[in-house]
Design a protein around this ligand. Structure first.
Ligand code: PGA
Length: 258
């Protein structure tokens, strides 16, 4: 764990109605809403964003979206813009999640436009990168991560780089119960840090948070978060009920005192 505030984000994916989301957000807020040592971000579906923002008002919790379009407005049926998210007081947005890449055909150039559009609107992008199982087995993990990171961050000015959060999510670990070992994850995180150093300089790169994602659970979080370049987690399955998610936030808080 590095010196900056760790970040634990819950990616609810296509789960929770607004009503269910309020219940979950309130339960998380009741348990860790005044925890200021860890930045906690809940990312509900679009339809639950406004209700979630209201539910966490007055706490340290922040709300993020799971996607957005790069254009400011126009004929893009079914899409939402950065300004629409900002207007709801959403402050983070997950971009380039592997499900967006594989199921909805998003490529690095499109994701890059979204990253820059998010930053221009003062939203903090959580840019997801990670290799497929076949790519890991072929020994191309670093090449894949390098491509996704460099293309994803193209045009991002160094002055805004600290607003960006990177999530390393090996695709074979997402929702599968298989986690990268702490050493495996640390190796890729350190590689990502070196790419950030090359693009933004050492001081800025040290301040960018790099989250691990992929079957992070209360029973493996302590070991992952103990690694030097793992600054938090992007949590899917374990973010859907308050207890497990709160345990992960506590894990991140503990990692600071080690
Ligand atoms: P998981 O999902 O924790 O269920 O593996 C992580 C993610 O997709 O962000």
């Amino acid at each position: 764990m590095s010196l900056h505030t760790p970040l634990i984000a819950g990616n609810w994916k296509m789960n929770k109605t607004a009503t269910e989301g309020v219940e979950l957000a309130q339960a998380v807020a009741a348990a860790v809403g005044i925890e200021s040592a860890v930045q906690v971000v809940l990312c509900p579906p679009f339809t639950a964003l406004a209700a979630a923002v209201a539910a966490v008002e007055g706490t340290h919790l922040s709300i993020g979206a799971q996607n957005m379009h790069d254009k400011t407005n126009g004929a893009f049926t079914g899409e939402v813009s950065a300004a629409m998210l900002r207007d709801l007081h959403v402050t983070y947005v997950i971009l380039g999640h592997s499900e967006r890449r594989s199921l909805f055909g998003e490529d690095d150039a499109f994701i890059n436009r979204k990253v820059n559009a998010a930053l221009a609107a003062s939203l903090k992008p959580i840019l997801c990168v990670g290799e497929l199982l076949a790519e890991r087995e072929a020994g191309t993990t670093n090449a894949v991560v390098k491509r996704q990171l460099e293309l994803g961050l193209a045009g991002v000015p160094a002055a805004k780089a600290e607003q960006v959060i990177i999530a390393y999510e090996p695709v074979w670990a997402i929702g599968t119960g298989k986690t990268a070992t702490p050493a495996m994850a640390q190796e890729v995180h350190a590689f990502i840090r070196s790419l950030l150093v090359a693009q933004f300089g050492a001081e800025t790169a040290a301040r960018v948070r790099i989250l691990y994602g992929g079957s992070m659970k209360p029973d493996n979080a302590d070991a992952l978060l103990a690694e030097h370049d793992i600054d938090g987690g992007l949590i899917g399955g374990a973010a859907l009920e308050a207890k497990g998610f709160v345990d992960l936030v506590r894990s991140a808080a503990r990692s600071l005192s080690r």
